[in-house]
Design a protein around this ligand. Structure first.
Ligand code: KIV
Length: 294
């Protein structure tokens, strides 16, 4: 999928990448600069995830984010016109109430610029998946640790550690694939479970904390780049420490302003000599006390 052509990535292309050998790469992004960076880096998919709630909007969990919030950020990502497929997360309660509301909310994300939507849950979401597919919108599933169920799950912890729960995840994945999802995220499950799911379905599995037996991997942009000083789960690999670099940059700006070394003459727009003289004259005539031009 790492072609340098500008042909936009579509959901059918992602589905067809199963078994083609090259792992799929997805990263989250929430704004236009993030989308441009992800695109230039060569990812296949940009997920405008509801992790937006924590990493950008400062909430404690994903439950606070609304469809309007998602629309706002998907539109920002879409304005960068990235080549990767834009997947928009359907937030909590946007697909739980009725088929009509589900389709309207999915359509709002597509009108904002998403090429597909993602929702959490397995067999109990098959009806929602089929309603969205009826509206011609591709759907990505999400199984394992589903953060929108945090209260029902009793906390953020690895899922599928027991035989029954592992089997349930496999059955859920089969149901989502049969319902027509083009891919499924597997979050925080043992690698053996991820392998079972990956072998059991004919659509790509995209892992996060699910080991290497998936058809692709996803991580959160702010985690990869070290933009936040928060405790990261062990499955995150940090590729940069941008928080340190950014804090250092802003601190140097503070120092330069406070010490009077910013702005320098080169960083300043100067009047022409002629304009300076005219200004001095004007100040003399009007006695407004305009300081002489330098
Ligand atoms: O919202 C999100 O960022 C996600 C990923 C963790 C898969 O759903």
């Amino acid at each position: 999928m790492k072609s340098q052509t500008q042909v936009p990535v579509t959901a059918p292309r992602i589905r067809d990448a199963k078994g083609q050998g090259s792992p799929l790469v997805m990263v989250t992004a929430y704004d236009a600069p993030g989308a441009r960076i992800a695109d230039e880096a060569g990812v296949d998919m940009i997920l405008v995830g509801d992790s937006l709630a924590m990493v950008v909007l400062g909430y404690d969990d994903t439950l606070q984010v609304t469809t309007d919030d998602m629309v706002h950020h998907i539109a920002a990502v879409a304005r960068a016109k990235p080549r990767p497929l834009i997947v928009g997360d359907l937030p909590w309660l946007s697909y739980h109430v009725s088929r009509e509301e589900t389709v309207r909310n999915a359509a709002a994300l597509v009108r904002a610029g998403a090429g597909a939507v993602k929702l959490e849950g397995g067999r109990k979401r098959v009806d929602a998946v089929s309603a969205i597919l009826d509206a011609e919108i591709p759907v990505m599933g999400h199984l394992g640790l589903t953060p929108q169920s945090i209260h029902a799950l009793g906390g953020f912890r690895v899922q599928g550690k027991q035989l029954d729960s592992a089997r349930a995840i496999v059955d859920d994945a089969i149901a989502l694939a049969e319902a027509g999802c083009f891919a499924v995220v597997l979050e925080c499950v043992p690698d053996g479970v991820a392998r079972m799911v990956t072998d059991a379905i004919d659509i790509p599995t995209i892992g996060i904390g699910a080991g290497r037996h998936c058809d692709g991997q996803v991580l959160v942009y702010h985690d990869i780049l070290g933009l936040e000083d928060r405790n990261l789960p062990k499955f995150v690999r940090r590729y940069a420490d941008l928080r340190v670099a950014a804090t250092e940059g802003v601190s140097r700006f503070v120092e330069d302003v406070q010490s009077g070394t910013f702005p320098s003459s080169d960083e300043t727009y100067h009047m022409t000599d002629q304009m300076g003289e005219a200004f001095d004259l004007y100040a003399d005539v009007t006695s407004v006390g305009v300081p002489p031009a330098r």
